[in-house]
Design a protein around this ligand. Structure first.
Ligand SMILES: Cc1cc2nc3c(=O)[nH]c(=O)nc-3n(C[C@H](O)[C@H](O)[C@H](O)COP(=O)(O)OP(=O)(O)OC[C@H]3O[C@@H](n4cnc5c(N)ncnc54)[C@H](O)[C@@H]3O)c2cc1C
Length: 392
């Protein structure tokens, strides 16, 4: 099987496919495993998947050790406090909170021996027939696979190739998000700090034993017309949009040109009627991005990887049956998380006279929605399906 993308969804799927007895190749466009990104969380069922992978200890060892978050005013005075152990560890700061690059490294290290990884390459052409998929790689190789899965993120090239142009599936939520690391000259220690103004915010957290800090900016932006690979244009957009945002913003911006890991993208969701077509399927952000505003993109990718490999194996690798059952199991869980992502984005929108009023978040409906978003999917044991038990 061929999997495109080696961030979270790709290596997690490789783990489960290998355990179910498949031979797996993962192709990643970047020349090496991509570092960077803010912390991502695993809550509810996603924590169970990590345990089933045998990676609980490795993931917890790489966690951020965040005590909680404070919101602060422009002078740094604390306004509100959220602790990591609120809501049994499934709250605003989850008890499994790990930098995206560190989780990707744990998943890659776990699979690298039994899985073929091709870095610095990508699928250039793909043709499928009833028995297999012929792939031409950009590097020139031609190979045939039984199944191909796109785990290549929000701007998935495989999705565009098989399902049509991005505009059809990407829903911009009216916000932009940027992250990059800076030296920790702020005395940060175990606490994440956020300063918010109407329609924009800046957040700082310590990383790497508090020698550095990861900065994150959100700003409202009804349009987004910067190419997702044009870093110079992205940096100038950031400078312009956060100008005048107080607190530590000017100090953080001083490091914009020398940071090793700048990342900026629109806050967007992916909505598709189907996540497969014949022998080609989609997983993670490529299939169902819920956006960072849901805080659950990584959880969806991990749970989806478990279910996709399990359902394909249980269906004797019949793509029609396996992809359909994976989708059936995941849909409502995905939709709950996408709903939370949209609601969170709306709470950060700029005030507008014609804006729909926000719902009452203290209602029972919201507790039910959050419950469905965290735990609303069943993980079958797949008894009778091969499980090599290969795990570290
Ligand atoms: C550098 C980076 C930083 C991120 N930071 C955050 C963050 O701070 N907070 C947050 O909530 N989410 C972040 N995300 C998104 C988050 O990782 C996902 O929402 C979630 O974990 C699901 O992951 P995914 O594997 O489906 O997609 P992604 O994590 O987006 O991974 C997609 C992978 O596919 C690769 N790829 C792209 N195109 C191709 C191609 N044509 N062929 C082969 N490979 C390709 C990419 O290089 C990437 O490694 C980040 C993603 C990246 C890539």
């Amino acid at each position: 099987m061929l999997v495109a993308g080696a961030s979270i969804a790709g290596p997690a799927l490789a783990h489960w496919l290998r355990r179910r007895g498949a031979e797996v190749t993962v192709v990643e466009r970047a020349p090496e495993l991509r570092p960077g990104g803010q912390a991502v969380d695993a809550r509810g069922v996603a924590k169970d998947v990590i345990v089933r992978m045998g990676l609980d200890a490795a993931v917890r060892a790489a966690c951020t050790d965040t005590a909680g978050a404070h919101t602060v005013d422009v002078d740094g005075n604390v306004l509100e406090t959220f602790r990591a152990d609120d809501d049994g560890g499934d709250g605003f700061i989850a008890d499994i909170e790990i930098l995206r690059g560190d989780l990707s490294r744990v998943l890659y290290d776990d699979t690298r021996d039994g899985v073929e990884y091709l870095f610095g390459d990508r699928i250039a052409e793909l043709t499928q027939d009833p028995d297999g998929v012929d792939v031409v790689f950009a590097g020139g190789d031609r190979r045939r696979f039984d199944l191909v899965v796109g785990a290549d993120g929000l701007h998935s090239a495989l999705r565009a190739m098989v399902f049509g142009p991005h505009e059809r599936y990407l829903r911009h939520l009216g916000h932009v998000l940027a992250f990059y690391s800076v030296p920790n000259g702020f005395g940060l220690d175990r606490w994440l700090l956020e300063h918010q103004e109407v329609g924009r915010s800046v957040l700082l957290r310590p990383i790497q034993d508090a020698t550095r800090a990861m900065a994150m900016f959100y700003f409202a932006s009804p349009d987004f017309d910067v190419d997702h690979r044009d870093v110079a244009a992205q940096k100038s957009m950031l400078r312009e949009r956060v100008a005048g945002l107080g607190w530590l913003t000017p100090d953080i911006l001083e490091h914009l040109d020398d940071t090793p890991d700048f990342y900026l993208d629109q806050v967007a969701q992916v909505v598709l009627d189907r996540w497969s077509s014949g022998r080609v399927g989609l997983l993670g952000d490529a299939a169902f991005s819920s956006s960072p505003m849901s805080g659950q993109g990584t959880g969806l990718a991990l749970v989806g990887a478990y279910l996709l490999a399990g359902e394909l194996a249980a269906a004797g690798w019949d793509p029609e049956v396996g992809f359909a059952r994976y989708e059936e199991r995941m849909r409502s869980y995905v939709e709950a998380n996408q709903e939370i992502g949209r609601l969170n984005a709306r709470t950060r929108d700029l005030p507008a006279p014609d804006a729909e009023p926000l719902p009452d978040f203290s209602g029972e409906w919201f507790v039910e929605l959050v419950g469905r978003a965290i735990n609303g999917v069943e993980l079958p044991d797949y008894a009778g399906v091969p499980d090599s038990g290969v795990r570290r």
